[in-house]
Design a protein. Sequence first.
Length: 499
Amino acid sequence: MAAVLGVDIGTTSSKCVVFDEKGRALGRHSVSYGLRSDETGAAEQDPNEILSAVFEVVREAITRTEIDARDVGVISFSSVMHSLMAVDDDNEPLTPLLTFADSRARDHTERIKAAGGIEIYRRTGTPLHPMAPLSKLPWLRATDSETFDRTARFVGIKELVTHRLCDRWVVDHSIASATGLFNLQKLKWDRGALEVAGIDADLLSKPVPTTEVIGELDGRSAGELGLVPGVKIVIGASDGCLANLGVGAIDPGLTALTIGTSGAVRTVVPEPVIDPDGRTFCYALTEDHWVAGGPVSNGGLVLQWIRDLLAPRDESSYDTLIEEAAQIEAGAEGLLFLPYLVAERAPHWNPNLRGTLIGMRLDHTRAHMTRAALEGVLMGLLSVANVLEEQVKLDGELRATGGFLQSELWRQMLADVFNRPVAVPGGEDGGPLGAAVLGMMGVGMVDSIDAVHDMIEIVEHEKPNPDVVPVYESLFERYSALHELTAPAFSSPTPFASD
């Protein structure tokens, strides 16, 4: 039996899933790690801790299956986007890993915008935001010029992992296209973006396709991973793009929607799609498939905030809150919530926005607040979808993933708010499965990413309720109007801003 390892290097954990040639999961293991925030806006990690976690999840995933390690033929990777660190001449990290959540480059982002940065976005597809290495690089030069000058190379976390395995500094087109430094049409580093970032291309890794076999395990690496020498290493892609692939949302019109702590709306297109106003992203999946969409910062964390605020001592508080909210009619009896609890990304890309609860009456209860919060999250995601639909037609079902899907209420609300059918794939291995499919393509086990359709089972379906859809259409109009009304009040950081 041929086995494929899909490894997902995430923000707070890494995961390895062992798949057979049919995409069936045979075993898995995950390891968590920390995120440091020692100063306002910081969100750093120890790259060596993540490297150790990746090696551990591979070793342990193999031990949790009945397969022989000699059956593993390929490893392929999914990874979080926008990370950045400096490495020295000995290929050792000089800095912590700056994650996508690190917002300390905010001022540099504003300078890039003011200097005509929208043209860089139109070439690279990465929205202008502190998350991007385009902003992080000049920030690092300004705050630590000594380290900047000692740097032999700037890389992301996946590059460190794959270099450790095959001794090559390479970056896949997918991760590269999320840096703000990569030209989508030319598939190479963008000279104008590099000038703004203050670096030359030789300080970055070589871009390669996402299905490229970049090496094979030697005896040392194989021993550390519990595998045998000769296992092929396929570089894979970014977690956002592979989330679409891993749930089969790769056909025209289909949309993948994810709600975890944050959230995202994404669709696959045959060529780069760029929003003239810079409101959505476009990242590479393969040479013929691109992923366009937008992320929101305020997803499931909004429900967590409600829980911590209104039911901190209830052990079953999430279930209780959802059950209460289900008793409230759509629209929360006039209560409306803009869920900007942390710096918002798409479609507004305004870190200064703040949450707003409006329409409160004396008879409103905790259940109304919960219902309004859930609706606010979905309204934010609908805002992203509407902007995206200005560029590409979205008329298929929603493939939805995330912890919120355990709630029938949220699933139905999603169908009603978007007025589209919702399909929920089984399992929780979308990213690793997407990576595995690219690995299979890289070594010739499958001909195209379409093979994923035979690997996915849809376990839940929800259809829009025609009686509720008009309620949410009206609510979205109020939501949009409220955003336009309140946004000017938060045009600059508040004195107490913490993100």
